[in-house]
Design a protein around this ligand. Structure first.
Ligand SMILES: NC(=O)C1=CN([C@@H]2O[C@H](COP(=O)(O)OP(=O)(O)OC[C@H]3O[C@@H](n4cnc5c(N)ncnc54)[C@H](OP(=O)(O)O)[C@@H]3O)[C@@H](O)[C@H]2O)C=CC1
Ligand SMILES: C[C@H]1O[C@H](OP(=O)(O)OP(=O)(O)OC[C@H]2O[C@@H](n3cnc4c(=O)[nH]c(N)nc43)[C@H](O)[C@@H]2O)[C@@H](O)[C@@H](O)C1=O
Length: 323
């Protein structure tokens, strides 16, 4: 029986990975899934994480817990983003190692790459330039997570892997008006504007930045795909000091194009304006996904279908949103 701990199982990605692992277990796979919510185990608490890892000694850990938010949250709460993420990563990765955990999957982010870098961004672009200032603290913590995994692998022979997702969205997302990412923020804003019959909706920034959006179902599938890869295949496609793998669709669109897709889906027919006083962040963020596609994985959910599904989820869960 393989015992797998999902850190962050109540988050958007963690709950999707949990659902997929539960389905595998129900289908007869010999796995036991371990979870703890924040009240039971604060992952920034080193002693608590040590106790948990020593007591439970899982066979594998999926690190999907993090302090997460959009451009405004990153820019407004930089201390929380760097401190909490560094603490969670150090605690989980080191205490997993100390408890003899051989297998771990760390979820990073595409914001680890320099602000001005050749597009699409290859894994080799890591640490080749200056980061985007609005999310530098979060990106530094995510880079530290990759380097923690690599360092334990190099010194101790563990099998700790890292995946770098592009911008994610889907059921279970955070729809907070200020602190969320753009896609859920705009679903909410356009929905409310359609309901109130507002004449216009304003986007933050210029609407010209380009982003790549991956549905959370695809992200959860990719995470399990990478975790399940035989070690020789993972190692042959990576290197000890450049071991992370990009996860995305390989396709990007502008924020204005995204807004038009969302407006059409929620039935908003008014004007779409921009607010250049708000930050654009990185102007383009598109991942080179050839490393993962060469190993046999590709995304499946189209952006149009994903927006439709996410809006449906939003309508059904409006009263119970987490923010
Ligand atoms: N969403 C996105 O667009 C992207 C996400 N990622 C990465 O993917 C991973 C998953 O993100 P996502 O699912 O979107 O994020 P969510 O915010 O939806 O989930 C994060 C989870 O981590 C938990 N958590 C945070 N801090 C602690 C803590 N101190 N102790 C215990 N639990 C904690 C949260 O618990 P609680 O429920 O109690 O708040 C939550 O369940 C993260 O590593 C993120 O950085 C990468 C790129 C893009
Ligand atoms: C996943 C990723 O998420 C963050 O980086 P980001 O890609 O900039 O993410 P975002 O979704 O917040 O914005 C994307 C673009 O959209 C524009 N935009 C318009 N209107 C709204 C709006 O209403 N809300 C938001 N949030 N953005 C808006 C916004 O100005 C920007 O140009 C980082 O935290 C980073 O650390 C990270 O990993």
């Amino acid at each position: 029986m393989k015992r797998i701990f999902i850190a962050g199982h109540r988050g958007m990605v963690g709950q999707t990975i949990l659902r997929k692992l539960e389905a595998r277990r129900a289908a007869g796979e010999a796995i036991e899934i371990l979870t703890r919510d924040r009240a039971a185990l604060d992952l920034t608490d080193q002693a608590a994480v040590r106790r948990f890892m020593q007591d439970e000694a899982p066979d594998a850990v999926i690190l999907a817990a993090a302090k997460v938010g959009g451009i405004h949250a990153n820019n407004t709460y930089p201390a929380e983003f760097i401190y909490e993420n560094l603490m969670i990563e150090c605690n989980i990765i080191h205490q997993a190692f100390a408890a003899g955990v051989q297998q771990l999957l760390f979820l990073g982010s595409s914001c680890i790459y320099p602000r001005e870098v050749a597009q699409p961004m290859r894994e080799t672009a890591l640490l080749t330039g200056t980061l985007e200032p609005t999310n530098e603290p979060y990106a530094i913590a995510k880079i530290a997570g990759i380097k923690l995994c690599e360092s334990y692998n190099r010194q101790h022979g563990t099998d700790y892997r890292s995946v770098m997702p592009t911008n994610l969205y889907g059921p279970g997302d955070n729809f907070h008006p200020d602190n969320s990412h753009v896609l859920p923020a705009l679903i909410r804003r356009f929905h409310e504007a359609a309901q109130d019959e507002s004449p216009a909706v304003t986007l933050w920034g210029t609407g010209t930045p380009r982003r790549e959006f991956l549905h959370v179902d695809d992200m959860a599938e990719a995470s399990l795909f990478v975790m399940d890869l035989p070690r020789d295949i993972y190692d042959a496609n990576t290197s000890p000091m450049l071991s992370h793998i990009n996860v995305g669709t390989g396709v990007d669109i502008s924020i204005m194009e995204l807004a038009r897709l969302i407006a059409a889906e929620v039935g908003f027919g008014g004007a779409i304006g921009t607010d250049p006083a708000k930050p654009d962040g990185t102007m383009r963020k598109l991942l080179d996904v050839s490393r993962l596609s060469n190993m046999g994985w590709a995304s499946r959910v189209s952006l149009r279908e994903g927006i439709r599904q996410t809006y449906k989820w939003f309508l059904e869960n409006q009263r119970d949103l987490r923010n």
